[in-house]
Design a protein around this ligand. Structure first.
Ligand code: WQD
Length: 351
């Protein structure tokens, strides 16, 4: 089995990708300093697959500690780099934290990849690099606009770094631009674990529905869209995860190194905030307590993907519907609540 290094593998998308890699006969190993995560999702992966995935609790901003992991794993055949801070609002309040963490960690991993001749590299990017597009759906050739946040700027800079390193070396690399990853693995044994109050729509919906949050505020219904609320391309996290496995196989099968390739990972369907809420209400049977509030600074009105390149070259076909995204997110929220009740139950004995 080919050993694959997954940085940030204890996070939401990283863990779902590790699971997909295992199910496709890869041997993933994780580096995650757990500054924004725990190893809970690796336990979920073990519950699903029986496989214990090793995590090196290492800060990728520390080059020596990072290098030591590569020295211990000289048989790594590919790297998927997820590790980064990703809270847009926090990045506006503390830009240097984002530039230092997101770029230093990337550079250290790329330096090790070069040192250890690891030629397959996948970079976790985001549709945020498009800013507010002039035309939708966006293709990979759509012009990038000035970043809307320091977080977005680190993704744009990260892409440029990967492209230039690829151009000047034997590395083969792929940039994957996620649209809006949502939902959870159908088993409800792994899912999203937001840190603090969720900023993203779907965890905000499920936490409101389960009573953790009092009310969901819809950030604006006066946009020039079909119902006035913003349009996004929500994509199931398992579809995103499988795209990484396909991208890795694509790189491994490519004999020669070639310029960095870019792929949009979205369903190609634009969905409004209100449509997402209605889908959730339909699949959960819960009437959601929400109110319309003011627009959220930094939000763009509408974006969704032209995903034909990933379909054609990676043979990727996203299979989950919006309803399935919402039902899997709800099932995961219910599981979290059940676990909480179990652990808070005085009669519960840890085995
Ligand atoms: C979606 C829509 C909100 C919460 C961000 C990052 C992006 C990526 C995904 C990392 C917007 C509305 C939300 C709420 C609401 N992150 N909303 N009430 O902003 O499209 O993308 O997360 O890679 O880089 O920018 O996602 O889920 O925050 O918002 O009305 O309580 O839901 O205004 O229109 P976004 P989101």
């Amino acid at each position: 089995m080919k050993k694959i290094l997954v940085t940030g593998g204890c996070g939401y998308i990283g863990a779902h990708t590790i699971l997909d890699l295992i199910e496709n006969n890869f041997d993933p190993v994780c580096i995650d300093n757990n500054s924004r995560s725990t190893t809970a999702l690796l336990q979920g992966i073990k519950d699903i697959t029986g496989k214990a995935v090793k995590n090196y609790k290492v800060d990728l901003c520390n080059f020596d500690d990072t290098y030591a992991v590569f020295q211990e794993n000289t048989d790594i055949e590919g790297i998927i780099h997820f590790a980064a801070y990703k809270a847009v609002g926090e990045s506006v309040e503390n830009p240097l934290l984002y530039f230092e963490n997101n770029l230093t960690s990337l550079i250290n991993v790329l330096k090790c990849a070069k040192e250890f001749n690891i030629s397959n590299f996948i970079f976790s990017s985001s549709c945020t690099v498009y800013g507010s597009p002039d035309e939708i759906p966006v293709t990979e050739r759509s012009p990038l606009k000035p970043a809307e946040s320091p977080y977005g700027a680190t993704k744009q800079m990260g892409e440029e770094i990967v492209k230039e390193v690829t151009r000047s070396s034997e590395t083969s690399s792929i940039l994957l631009r996620y649209f809006n990853p949502v939902g959870a693995h159908p088993s409800a044994l792994i899912g999203e674990l937001p840190v603090g109050k969720p900023q993203n729509l779907v965890p905000a919906i499920t936490q409101t529905a389960i009573g953790k949050l009092k009310q969901l505020i819809v950030h604006g219904d006066d946009y020039e869209t079909r119902d006035g609320s913003c349009v996004r391309d929500y994509i199931h996290v398992c579809d995103i995860a499988h795209a990484h496995t396909l991208a890795l196989q694509y790189l491994i099968n490519k004999k020669n190194s070639s310029p960095c390739e870019i792929f949009n990972l979205g369903t190609g369907n634009g969905v409004t905030v209100l449509e997402a809420i209605h889908s959730f209400e339909k699949v959960s049977g819960v009437k959601l307590n929400y109110a319309i509030g003011p627009r959220r600074p930094g939000d763009i009105m509408a974006i969704y993907a032209n995903n034909s390149l990933a379909k054609e070259k990676l043979n990727w076909n996203p299979k989950y519907s919006l309803d399935e995204m919402m039902s899997s997110a709800w099932k995961w929220e219910l599981k979290l609540k059940a676990d909480e009740q179990l652990h808070n139950n005085p009669n519960f004995q840890m085995n």
